[in-house]
Ligand binder design. Sequence first.
Ligand code: SF4
Length: 286
Amino acid sequence: MAVVATEWSTAVLPRRRPTLRPAEIAAAAERLEACSAQEVLAWAVATFGDHCAIVTSFQREGMIIIDMALRLDRSVRVLTIDTGRLPAETYEMIDTVRARYGVEVEVITPDSASLEAMQTLHGPNLFRRDRALRRLCCHVRKVEPLERALEGLGAWSTGLRRDGGLARAGIAKVELDEAHGGIVKLNPLADWTRERVAAYTASRDLPEHPLYAEGYTSIGCAPCTRPVSAGEHERAGRWWWEADELRECGLHHRSASQRLDLALAEVHTRAATASVNGTGTTRRTA
Ligand code: SF4
């Protein structure tokens, strides 16, 4: 697909190695807070080039970011985390994006040794029994793969919105991501509403995840996501059996807990032992 020239296109701008000091990120964040999503992405693409990545699960917001970013520069990387428990429709979206935009979608998977150890210790459906085990599953299947995927990058973009739940209410359009080595985290749609997202999706005829048509308003792993009823918050269908309104998978909200830390240490020890003894899949170090 040809690159569409726009007033915010940066195709001719030079690329720089993606290292910004915290003070530079803070200055950019202040300057860009009043800017449009396109302007935020244009700054990131001009600053970081192919060291800027979109991390997406192919919800409407992610599709908007993909569409805007690839119109700016086709070298922007598109990443997704395949937790191994995604609905079939999400895998269809990978093919849809590849076909529509003619780009590679980099599929990041969990560390196989950690996955084996976790499931051996706790079973494949550990997430329903205990919040710490649910967070362990999210950590092994999502958080650790994301950490690996972001290594070497200068910036990554999410589709988070401030009205997408209490845990997201305070996000900025440009943030210092200390959890991932001090790189830049972009939330270009921070001030968008759900209605604006739907309107933009329709105006650009963007591909839509098939589960929206079945009543889903937030889409994650199959066993941890359900459709919502009228009047429920859009994220009410995520880990609905947990009472905590701040519930998140940990990709964007990393509050450690002693129980999670202990469970993780147990998994990592088991994975390392299996690797040394040759009884499990050798742990990747990438
Ligand atoms: S959303 Fe559910 S299945 Fe997916 S990683 Fe988290 S706990 Fe595991």
